[in-house]
Design a protein around this ligand. Sequence first.
Ligand SMILES: [Zn+2]
Length: 153
Amino acid sequence: MKVHIEGSAITFDERGYHAFLRGQGITDAQIDRLTVSLLLPHPAIHRIERRWGAYFRTTCTIEVYLWDDAALTERLNHTLLHETRHFIQDCQGNGDHTQEWSLPYHKRPYEIDARSFADQHSPHCVFLDVADIAVVHEKCKERLHTWWTVRAL
Ligand SMILES: [Zn+2]
């Protein structure tokens, strides 16, 4: 597993997360392929909507976005678990959801599955911790300011 954390305000319990994945039946070889990235919001993803996270099958990458939100720790963990479920679906050979794309987002079975997985595990599985909320807030403001300034030109 590769881990990329933008900025230093977040801590990630990598060992705990690895053990959790093993507990879900994911093999070490599958875990090796996974990248977890904790990123500030960026225009490529957030030009249109305020997303909390994403899973990219082609690169086997989970991205969780660091918005300056009041319930940040809770939100980050819930998002990580949600995207982790998409990774698990992928590992189990159930990662191709193209046939469900015609359904509204909230009615897609693989999204319902990911939401209930995150709801089920988030009360006792906390892998991400915000060490300094002020740093996240500052960096996020900086990033969004730069983005909007650039867009306005
Ligand atoms: Zn999802």
